[in-house]
Design a protein around this ligand. Sequence first.
Ligand SMILES: Nc1ncnc2c1ncn2[C@@H]1O[C@H](COP(=O)(O)OP(=O)(O)OP(=O)(O)O)[C@@H](O)[C@H]1O
Length: 246
Amino acid sequence: MANLVNLDNIHHSYHKKTVLNEISLAIPEGRLFGLLGPSGSGKTTLVKIIIGLLTPDSGTVRIDGELMPSFQLMQKIGYMAQSDALYNELTARENIQFFASLYQIPKKRQKERISEAAELVSLSDELDKTLETFSGGMKRRLSLAIALLHQPKLLILDEPTVGIDPVLRASIWDAFRKMQQAGTTIIMTTHVMDEAEKCDNLALLRDGSFIAEGSPADLKAKSGTATLEAAFLHFGGTENAHTGNH
Ligand SMILES: Nc1ncnc2c1ncn2[C@@H]1O[C@H](COP(=O)(O)OP(=O)(O)OP(=O)(O)O)[C@@H](O)[C@H]1O
């Protein structure tokens, strides 16, 4: 299967402090790929570089064979940031409509796409309520609906289920699976081990470098450990290290 995302030797630093070092990665089309790493390991920085929000000091990102950043490619990418960029005084529908216009979804397609996206995240009955009445979990789901509104080939999610209760988390994962079945490639960052466990492939990031890559089962087998958390500590070479898991 062709690779949708190719990262080649990415380096990045903030104020001379290296936060990403020699990052190379290939993600095949249709995969649910997890970037697992403790807080501060560089996950968000890497995600911002992949989508072209940040230019690395060196190295290249190609998506679908094209070099990033590319305005054309932005149309094929959906991004859900860690914090929700929503308008509280507007209704959910108005929020989605705003982004539908930004994505330049044709007017007659918008209504249909809004219903489909709302359905996917179980918000169909809440569309005409203002966000002031929304819980944190509802806002996260609305952000997800917005990220997938234009049916991107690549969906990038930065800790999509942080602060969400287990029932909602299950319904959000349901939405990811439906997207994946429809052919979308998904990259998600996480530091939650039970979520990492559900990814097809993982790259373990520590202090800005990949310390291991593979399916959750591969990583456990290679490290001879029973859990991903133990595998992470094994590859990091610090059995007592704190993983930042919370
Ligand atoms: N704009 C910035 N300026 C300076 N330093 C930054 C900036 N953004 C991030 N950093 C630093 O770069 C490192 C990596 O941060 P990043 O946000 O990529 O990590 P992360 O793995 O996404 O963390 P978390 O899980 O807490 O979101 C951290 O040490 C952070 O303090």
